[in-house]
Design a protein around this ligand. Sequence first.
Ligand SMILES: Nc1ncnc2c1ncn2[C@@H]1O[C@H](COP(=O)(O)OP(=O)(O)OP(=O)(O)O)[C@@H](O)[C@H]1O
Ligand SMILES: [Mg+2]
Length: 127
Amino acid sequence: MAQRSDNGTLMPQIHVDNIQLRFGGVTALSNISLHIYPSTIQAIIGPNGADKTSMLNCISGLYKPQQGRILFAGQDLVRLAPHQIARLGIARSFQNIELLRHMSVLDNLILDRHIHMKSGILRSGLC
Ligand SMILES: Nc1ncnc2c1ncn2[C@@H]1O[C@H](COP(=O)(O)OP(=O)(O)OP(=O)(O)O)[C@@H](O)[C@H]1O
Ligand SMILES: [Mg+2]
């Protein structure tokens, strides 16, 4: 159930707070803050090299920003390993060469949820 403030406004589920990400001397993300709301589809848009993937990598834990916080369910995701973040229900799909060619677009997307899927030996064998 989405949380609402006293005046009925939808509360953000993820707070990205003042993130800075550097690769050596190159600053990719510089003091970026954003909110992600439950039950919504939100997009990060920008030209090639604008740091979209870097931002998603910070949220999913593949990159660790040098500065800032990413708050979800009372925890700072920056302090958690990618597998711990995945257990919280946050996952990413990949942009290009990491896609599995023999699978459909839908299968590639729901692959990120495999950690939450349960099936017995018999069912796995039949699928
Ligand atoms: N692992 C890395 N090491 C060094 N630099 C990196 C790394 N990952 C990203 N960068 C740099 O950070 C910047 C942002 O790259 P990023 O991949 O986040 O952009 P993008 O917005 O996703 O681009 P695209 O639209 O091409 O997917 C680029 O200058 C890129 O070279
Ligand atoms: Mg990208």
